[in-house]
Ligand binder design. Structure first.
Ligand SMILES: Cc1ncc(COP(=O)(O)O)c(C=O)c1O
Length: 435
């Protein structure tokens, strides 16, 4: 298989083999995952061997919300390329996009841009620290690779373990940052209160996703908003993954709580590199009092792609489609599991859903599931991030294949053959050094 062979080369010359943990083939199906794509369109991905699969997994890790190579977004990008993407002058689309983001989020007054999610979070945290003149950050959830965040694991190996990616190592993060990133768990307001109690005057920001796996407990977000305002900390909502999936903009618009800063990336530009930090004028002005500046944050493709993506997202009510398709797949997982007699727990937002087998051989089962589905022509794992390009027909076909796959899994459990049916090693989970 050309893809896996190429990944073997990559592992020797690119540490980790790829730039994103979630694209490591060993996380899906070691030695069998197609690993690289030659072409992608709609929901279809063609690998280096010329095999085409329907992506019923993560659609560009949540970035390609409209589908791969969306014709409207790509037309706008190609026109921008023809007119030049980087000059000594600025791209006017930056202003147009800022106006659009502010129209969607009326609580915000100013916008800055970068090109990745993690770097946008680093910008947001810098602005919060500059605005408050304080150092510490209380946070919940995963927020990228930056020093400010990994500092939570300095001297305390397990602080980040319940925050989406367990085992993140803080090597290379200055020891001096120890004690500056203080974790609390979602819906555990008392944990935040206890952080606030001992750090009232040193908290620059409270950083969190407004919602991800669980619904907010009644009053949870409102209480956080009140605490942030009371102690003068900046409330930062990380909407990198939740933005432009449940509504036109951040999910916080549905939850009726306004932050001081919200951060977008991924779905906002359908896979083109783009991220935005939006915030109240008062807080965002602090970006002027510190140095936040980079050449490639001024190129034209990102804003052009974001404008085309967001306009299409609104025009076609894409969020409704994602929610409908996501609900069908979630129901499909549950129904297929029930029919096969497998124990499975499905959870998450419909447009960001996932499941887990409730079985001691869970990892063997998920690996075998991916192997069986790949043979049936699907990229499938325990997560599903629907896109506008997923059709009813594709979902129906997937659900038939799914029932068949789950029946095979159940039978393998009965016979004790699950592990022996695997044609390669079991998938890796979390952050483990890739050997
Ligand atoms: C909530 C959240 N924050 C930050 C990030 C990091 O974004 P990026 O991978 O674009 O750096 C992610 C990525 O998955 C995310 O889900």
């Amino acid at each position: 298989m050309k893809g896996w062979d190429l990944f073997e080369v990559a592992r020797r010359i690119i540490p980790g083999g790829t730039q994103l943990l979630s694209k490591r083939p060993s996380m899906f199906l070691p030695q069998q995952w197609p690993s690289y794509f030659a072409k992608a369109r709609g929901t279809e991905v063609t690998d280096l061997d010329g095999k085409t699969y329907i992506d019923m997994s993560m659609m560009g890790i949540g970035a390609c919300v409209l589908g791969y190579a969306d014709p409207d977004v790509d037309r706008a990008v190609k026109a921008a390329i023809d007119d030049g993407v980087a000059t000594t002058l600025n791209a006017p689309e930056e202003v147009e996009l800022a106006e659009l983001l502010l129209e969607l989020h009326p609580w915000a007054g100013m916008v800055r841009y970068s090109r990745g999610g993690g770097e946008a979070m680093a910008i947001a945290v810098r602005i919060a620290r500059a605005h408050t003149g304080r150092d510490k950050i209380a946070f919940c959830g995963y927020h990228g690779w930056s020093d400010w965040y990994l500092a939570a694991n300095l001297g305390e190996d397990e602080a980040l373990d319940a925050h989406l990616l367990p085992g993140l190592e803080p090597r290379g993060v200055p020891r001096g940052l120890q004690g500056t990133a203080l974790p609390f768990h979602y819906n555990q307001i008392d944990e935040l209160k206890s952080i606030v109690k001992s750090n009232r005057d040193s908290l620059a920001a409270i950083v969190m996703e407004p919602q991800r796996g669980n619904e907010p407990a009644p009053g949870f977000l409102q209480e956080i908003r009140t605490i942030a305002s009371e102690i003068g900390a900046v409330l930062i909502f990380d909407e990198i993954t939740t933005g432009f999936r449940m509504t036109d903009g951040g999910i916080h618009l549905l939850l009726n709580v306004s932050p001081d800063i919200a951060v977008f990336a991924k779905a906002m530009a359908n896979g083109y590199a783009m991220s935005a930090v939006i915030g109240t004028e008062e807080v965002m002005q602090a970006a002027q009092s510190t140095f936040i500046s980079s050449t490639n944050w001024t190129e034209r493709i990102g804003p052009v792609a974001a404008l085309a993506t967001i306009r299409k997202f609104r025009r076609y009510k894409v969020a409704d489609h994602l929610i409908a398709i996501g609900n069908q797949v979630m129901d499909g997982w549950k129904t297929a599991a029930r029919k096969a007699g497998l124990k499975l727990h499905a959870s998450g937002l419909p447009s960001l859903c996932h499941f887990a087998f409730e079985h001691e051989e869970e990892l063997v089962l998920t690996t075998l599931f991916t192997q069986i589905m790949l043979e049936k022509g699907y990229l499938a794992c325990t997560q599903f991030k629907p896109s506008f390009a997923h059709t009813q027909q594709q979902v129906d076909g997937f659900l038939v294949a799914l029932e068949d796959a789950f029946a095979i899994l159940a039978e393998s459990l009965d016979r004790g053959t699950s592990a022996s049916l695997l044609k390669g090693p079991v998938a890796q989970r979390g952050f483990y050094r890739l050997t």
